[in-house]
Design a protein around this ligand. Structure first.
Ligand SMILES: [Zn+2]
Length: 359
C-alpha cells in the first residue's frame, strides 16, 4: 500500500464547497496499488467522495459527484493518472441512487458502461436533478414563511429553507446524467483490465439500493454511504439491521482501507465506531417507547452517553432525527419506503433541531 500526497481538490484550511474551512485535505490520493480516492472535505451535504481503479488499458470510476462542475474538476485531476497508466475510463459504478453520487454521470463518455444495483437504478430514474430544481422555489418560500415566528411549524419550515439554502452551492440546472446501462441484484463483478472488482449489494440501508465495491488485490473497499467518517450517518431506508450486517460484511473482507461516501478514508476502527453508534441508537429508540421523535432525538444528543461517546464530535448531530424516525418505522417488520412528504418533514425537522442544538 502506498500513500501519496493529494492532487487537486480542496486543501486543509481552504473553504469547502459549503464554505467552511476544510478539516482535511481533499483531492486525489492513492490508497492502494492502482486504487485512488477522490475526497471532498468536510464530508457534509453533497461533499461526497469517489474512487478510481486502474487496470491494463481500462479504468473504473466509482461514483460521480453532485454536479458537473465538481465532477469535471475531479475528472481533470484523474486525467494524468489515466494517461500514465494508459487506461481510459471504461466503467462507472454508482454505489447508490443519491444524487451526490451520480448526478455527474453525464460527463464520462457514452462508451463508459454504468453499473448499479437494480434498486439504485430505479431510485435514480425517480429522482433526476430536475426534481431539485423544481423544489428550489418551495424551499425559498418555506424559508420566508419560516421567518414568521408565530406560525405553527415555523421552525421546521425554516429548517427546510436552510436545507434549500445549502443546495445553492451546487449547480443542478439543465444537467442530464446518464442512468445505469447494466444492473444487478445480490453480487456482480467488473473486470478492469485484468483486475476483478467485486460488487456486493448490502441495502436497503442508507438508501434502497446500496452496494459496495471490493478490490481484493488492493484490499480496498469503496463503501459508498455505508461508511460516513467524522459525520453522523443518515438512514433514509433501513432497517438498521441491514446497515449492521453491511458493516459486518465489509469487516469480514479484512480491507486495509475503506473509502466511505463522506469524510476521510477509514478502516476497522471507523467501522467499529459506526457499529457502536447504530447499536446504541437502536437500543435507545426501543427504550424510548412512543416518545415524540424530535424530543427523543434531542434528549439523546444531549445525554451523557452521547457526550462521552466516540461520535460526540461528529458533525451533523441533527441527522440522528432521521435515524430515530427510520429505526422506529422499520424495526417491527422491515417497514415501508420513505415517501417524499415524510422526507421533507424530516429535513425540516433536522434544520429545526440543528437550530435548537446551537443554543
Ligand atoms: Zn452521499
Amino acid at each position: 500500500m502506498s500513500a501519496s500526497a493529494a492532487v487537486g481538490g480542496t486543501r486543509q484550511g481552504q473553504p469547502t464547497t459549503l464554505g467552511e474551512p476544510a478539516s482535511f485535505d481533499g483531492g486525489l490520493t492513492e490508497i492502494g496499488e492502482g486504487a485512488w480516492a477522490w475526497l471532498q472535505p468536510n464530508g457534509g451535504l453533497g461533499e461526497s467522495n469517489a474512487g478510481l481503479i486502474c487496470g491494463e488499458g481500462e479504468a473504473l470510476l466509482v461514483d460521480t459527484l453532485w454536479d458537473e462542475r465538481l465532477t469535471r474538476r475531479m475528472l481533470d485531476a484523474m486525467e494524468p493518472v489515466l494517461a500514465s497508466n494508459r487506461a481510459p475510463l471504461t466503467h462507472l459504478f454508482n454505489t447508490h441512487g443519491d444524487g451526490d453520487h451520480w448526478y455527474g454521470n453525464g460527463l464520462p463518455g457514452a462508451g463508459v458502461e454504468i453499473v448499479a444495483t437494480e434498486r439504485a437504478a430505479a431510485q435514480m430514474a425517480d429522482e433526476p436533478p430536475a426534481m431539485l430544481t423544481r423544489l428550489a422555489p418551495v424551499g425559498s418560500a418555506a424559508g420566508a414563511i419560516g421567518k414568521v415566528p408565530l406560525l405553527p411549524g415555523a421552525a421546521s419550515l425554516r429548517g427546510l429553507g436552510m436545507f434549500m439554502g445549502m443546495l445553492s452551492h451546487y449547480e443542478f440546472d439543465g444537467i442530464q446524467p446518464r442512468l445505469p446501462s447494466r444492473t444487478f441484484t445480490g453480487e456482480d463483478s467488473i473486470e478492469v483490465g485484468g483486475r476483478t472488482v467485486e460488487l456486493i449489494e448490502v441495502g436497503p440501508a442508507h438508501t434502497v439500493g446500496d452496494a459496495i465495491a471490493w478490490v481484493p488485490d488492493a484490499r480496498v473497499v469503496y463503501a459508498g454511504d455505508i461508511l460516513f467518517n467524522g459525520i453522523v450517518p443518515i438512514m433514509w431506508a433501513g432497517p438498521v439491521d441491514n446497515w449492521l450486517a453491511a458493516l459486518d460484511r465489509i469487516e469480514g473482507l479484512e480491507p486495509a482501507t475503506v473509502v466511505g461516501g463522506h469524510g476521510p478514508p477509514g478502516g476497522a476502527a471507523e467501522l467499529a465506531t459506526l457499529r457502536e453508534y447504530w447499536t446504541w441508537l437502536a437500543g435507545e429508540v426501543a427504550d424510548g417507547g412512543d416518545e415524540d421523535v424530535g424530543k427523543l432525538t434531542e434528549r439523546l444528543i444531549r445525554s451523557a452517553d452521547w457526550r462521552g461517546s466516540e461520535w460526540a464530535d461528529w458533525a451533523g448531530a441533527e441527522r440522528t432525527l432521521v435515524n430515530v424516525a427510520r429505526i422506529r418505522s422499520t424495526s417491527a417488520d422491515g417497514g415501508s419506503e420513505i415517501g417524499t412528504i415524510e422526507r421533507m418533514k424530516l429535513i425540516g425537522g433536522m434544520g429545526a433541531l440543528a437550530e435548537r442544538l446551537r443554543d
